[in-house]
Design a protein around this ligand. Structure first.
Ligand SMILES: Cc1ncc(COP(=O)(O)O)c(C=O)c1O
Length: 327
């Protein structure tokens, strides 16, 4: 967590001092976590002195989808999403940070209870932006959690709803208690779903396998980018199919991908080493993904990188904060 927060936050259409963005303790968002959110990365490209946001429009389209899935009022949600779209570049410029940023556009119920008709609730929205932590290059260790990914008929894994992330708290504690970096969750059919923040991929010979959305997987934006890269840059076969737990232990390679994790190699699952110390496919995808975000290689889809030209140089936000964005 932050010792010192950023000075500025975008809140309901305006840039305001961080401490001004408040909700009441009894509000629906504070009490039941009724919000939908996105996590975006804005990569700083020093040669061109600009930030590039990865798939800004796709992220905000998914935010609108999450709002629809939990039946936030549609007209008000659409209006807020349009404001958030403008707010992202505004905030990036205002932060004046010459480095990578993590941004969290969020839409929440400020006033009113479970109501879903227009007029019954008042929505609020904000975007918080943080300098990202230094990248962790080492491969990570995972455990398979004893907790399950919530089924579609409970809280849909397709919706990024704040309250739903409570379901990742205990798996993460379980992983930490086992001395591992991350937990992989199975779904209620006992096949592999995902981690609390990333899609899971397995390399099996010349084929790469990842669980389908129906197996309790968020429609991950990085997941889509990685599938495109594997197919179009290396001609690899990528198959979306259910993955039994045991297959994790015998895969040639396992890696995860998501906005925050980017592409991370998994070196062990439940203390079983994966891949014998080399992970050529995962290392290749990771390097290519990071090069694209750094502007050193072209993306498969030119719409992937949304450019935000920088404001005149100002004080560096990184100097004033530490730690990672609150997950
Ligand atoms: C549960 C979950 N799975 C996967 C992901 C990765 O998705 P993306 O690549 O769109 O960041 C995230 C992050 O948003 C997530 O919260």
């Amino acid at each position: 967590m932050y010792e010192k927060a950023p000075e500025t936050i975008w809140w309901n259409g305006s840039l305001v001092p961080w401490d001004r963005a408040r909700v009441h303790v009894t509000s629906e968002v504070a009490m039941r976590g009724t919000n939908v959110f996105e996590g975006l990365r804005a990569y700083w490209q020093p040669e061109s002195e600009q930030h590039v946001v990865v798939h800004l429009h796709r992220h905000l389209a998914r935010l609108a989808q999450s709002a629809r899935l939990i039946r936030l009022p549609q007209a008000e949600s659409a209006e807020s999403v349009a404001r958030l779209l403008d707010g992202v570049p505004e905030l990036i410029r205002a932060l004046r940070h010459r480095g990578d940023l993590y941004l969290r556009p969020t839409l929440y119920i400020d006033e009113g209870r479970y109501g879903w008709r227009s007029g019954q609730v008042k929505l609020g929205c904000y975007i918080a932006g943080y300098p990202t932590d230094p990248r962790v290059d080492r491969p990570m260790s995972c455990v398979v959690s004893s907790w399950r990914r919530s089924p579609d008929l409970a809280v849909s894994p397709l919706a990024k709803v704040g309250a739903a992330y409570q379901a990742f708290r205990l798996p993460r504690i379980e992983a930490a208690m086992a001395g591992a970096d991350e937990a992989i969750l199975l779904n209620t059919n006992d096949t592999v779903a995902e981690t609390g923040g990333a899609a899971v991929f397995l390399v099996r010979g010349d084929t790469v396998v990842t669980p389908p959305l129906a197996d309790g997987v968020l429609d991950g934006i990085t997941r889509g980018i990685v599938i495109d890269l594997l197919r179009s840059r290396w001609g690899m076969k990528v198959v979306e199919r259910s993955v039994p737990r045991s297959e994790l232990y015998v895969a040639d390679e396992v890696f995860v991908c998501g906005t925050l994790d980017e592409v991370r190699i998994v070196s062990s699952v439940d203390a079983v080493p994966i891949g014998g110390g080399t992970w050529p496919v995962a290392e290749g995808v990771r390097a290519l993904y990071l090069d694209i975000c750094a502007g050193q290689q072209d993306p498969v889809d030119p719409a992937m990188l949304h450019t935000v030209s920088s404001a005149p140089p100002g004080p560096d936000l990184q100097d004033r904060s530490t730690g990672s964005p609150p997950l």
